[in-house]
Write a protein that binds this ligand. Sequence first.
Ligand SMILES: Nc1ncnc2c1ncn2[C@@H]1O[C@H](COP(=O)(O)OP(=O)(O)OP(=O)(O)O)[C@@H](O)[C@H]1O
Ligand SMILES: [Mg+2]
Length: 630
Amino acid sequence: MNRRRPQGRVKMDEHTFSSLKRLMGYVFKNYGRLFVLVILLIIVSSLANVQGTLFIQSLIDDYIAPFIGQRDFDKTGLFYALLRVGGFFGIGVIASYGYSRIMVNISQGSLKMIRDDMFKHMQSLPIVYFDQHTHGELMSRYTNDTDALRQMLGQTLPQIVNSLMTIISVFISMLILSVPLTCITVLSTAMMVFISKKAAMLSGKYFGLQQASLGKLNGYIEEMMDGQKVVKVFTHEEEAKRDFDVLNEVLCENMTKAHGYSNMMGPISNNLGHLTYSITAMSGAVLAIQGIGSLTLGGLASFLQFTRSFNQPISQITQQFNSIVMALAGATRIFDLMDQAPEIDEGKVTLVNIEEVNGQCIETPKYTGKWAWRHVHPDGSVELVRLQGDVRFENTNFGYTEDKMILHNIELFAKPGQKVAFVGATGAGKTTITNLINRFYDIQSGSITYDGIDVKLIKKDDLRHSLGIVLQDTHLFTGTIADNIRYGKLNATDEEVIAAAKLANADHFIRHLPQGYDTIITGDGASLSQGQRQLLSIARAAINNPPVLILDEATSSIDTRTESLVQKGMDQLMEGRTVFVIAHRLSTVRNADVIMVLENGEIIERGNHDALIQQKGKYYQLYTGAFELS
Ligand SMILES: Nc1ncnc2c1ncn2[C@@H]1O[C@H](COP(=O)(O)OP(=O)(O)OP(=O)(O)O)[C@@H](O)[C@H]1O
Ligand SMILES: [Mg+2]
């Protein structure tokens, strides 16, 4: 959602400068020449306007004043003079259209590159980064912050250059026309700027309050929309409305004050503008009549025109400057994301296909469905270790943050083909253990080995490729059902997709959907039931035929009848693989080779179902107390 940032006081610091430098780096790297052309066009446009205005002097003095009162005079001179004025203004218009148009291309192109770089970098960031930043906050870098940059590059930056050019060229022209009159104009403009700044500060305070209360109101609406169902279930509609009214009232008050003052600003600065204009006109008239400083009538007319073009950019430039600093704050946030250290992967051991020739395993570029770890030793010798799915934790300690350890002294041996189940109360650390096998996080001490190789030595992509993972919160992407299953193996054939769906027992429900495997799902699979979503994610994990499977509460949302179906499918799926399963249902856990009971990050009991039930310890309690025994 587009939440506007509070408009506070803006200030420049070294971040702002370095962001500006980097931003301009994007512009110059790819559009350097075009940008130089833009600057040239801006100079042409402001000079043409100045020339046009200056020409009024010669128009009046040379072509109008001498002929006043004459009935018959040579009109060709006047005609050409008018043509030249028109010409100058015409060039100004074309040049300013030209630079605005080019700036649109430059800014959109640069932003596209920034978004590309940002997304590419975001994909390389470790999970920890996403734990520390909310999605909304990250999203706003792609929306709000890039939008502020678009406005700055496309509009404000050329405007500010234009304003500066205009101020300089107008100032020089005014000096040429009349030095004393220029002094008067500069003084009265300074007074005008001072007074409008005071008024702006007053309304600025309320604009800040307005933005803050708008942010609160938006946040409240967002929360109420997300929690619609909860509000209705607890019939809290009245309370929600009451809280909303309070926030709405505050916003209304602040907005009224902010806009009240800012509406006053328009007339104030307009009147001050008129005042400056009148002071200049009166002083100019005196100077012209008395012939002081050789000011002619035409000169005065041009000068008065300049007074207008001088005031305007001066009062605009502070505003433009502020909006540039605010946009650069957005740029700083964008670059901050780009500067985050990517997920480190020092792993060298890779996953390769193998085939057996004369009883010997050799590496092959072909897809054989048989895998081995390719280990290059420091002396250059290559060792192939067959991928079997032997996972071991030795004395492993882990915490998401250094100061709060979650897992303590985890000892775990999963032999190829074994099914290891984790049970324990919520928050005990079950998901955390699986997060370590796939190296979403790195452990603080101890070791985790996979087929005898330390997981830190394995290239992350290859490690994850060898694992089939069904995460606790299923996530489906917009696309067809088949596409979603194929996510686990991009080159899978239709037959493989269907086989995987059958293995996960998802085939039956998919065939009953209107378009079967081609049914489009959107919004994280909102049109499917929780259980169906889980079945799809099981199929997605199964399609790659991984030697190790991690199922995190994969069956918890499935009804008892479907559960037995899934169970059969899962048993097929689990055959010959190492499986880590976290499930609250006894049926899933019961036939595990070993059950680990976790409490507060420690394994407190281990053994098979019968042994643990006999032990009458925590496992017995968990399943006789909290869960039904099937
Ligand atoms: N990303 C994270 N950052 C910090 N702490 C976390 C994070 N994820 C989990 N924790 C903490 O780690 C502990 C273990 O969480 P974990 O998700 O492993 O529990 P769980 O056993 O899977 O629970 P459940 O049965 O509810 O899924 C909890 O105390 C939790 O607050
Ligand atoms: Mg969990």
